[in-house]
Design a protein around this ligand. Structure first.
Ligand SMILES: [Mg+2]
Length: 124
């Protein structure tokens, strides 16, 4: 899976959480790299921080969805947005951008695990 997160401490924590669940993790720290990586590889899942320097997470999601639509027989990668904001308005904007799910920070391991089970077979 791919984790896009600009906060080093959060990135380390997320990677550790995912690896403990048996996932292989690639990491990037901005939206440009996230979009490039997500479009270049077929990730099972992308976790996207919303607030990042340069291209923000929601922008990266829009770009990924746009390119996916253009690709013939395009595969749609599940994207989970991570945000410090829990406002309904912010959430709606993210779903409009094309995210599949949304979790607020701080991320709890149980929340993450529950969410992952919807997209990944963790027993594999
Ligand atoms: Mg951030």
């Amino acid at each position: 899976m791919l984790v896009a997160e600009d906060d080093p401490a959060n990135l380390v924590m997320m990677r550790a959480m995912f690896e403990r669940l048996g996932c292989r993790v690639d990491t990037v720290t901005n939206g440009e790299d996230a979009a490039r990586a997500a479009l270049a590889s077929r990730y099972t899942l992308v976790c996207m921080d919303v607030t990042m320097p340069g291209m923000a997470g929601d922008e990266a999601v829009r770009l990924i969805r746009c390119k996916e639509r253009q690709a013939l027989g395009g595969v749609v990668t599940p994207i989970i947005a991570l945000s410090g904001h829990a406002h309904a308005e912010a959430r709606e904007a993210l779903f409009a951008a094309g995210v599949d799910d949304y979790i607020t920070k701080p991320v709890r391991r149980e929340t993450l695990e529950e969410l992952l089970r919807r997209y990944i077979d963790l027993s594999a």
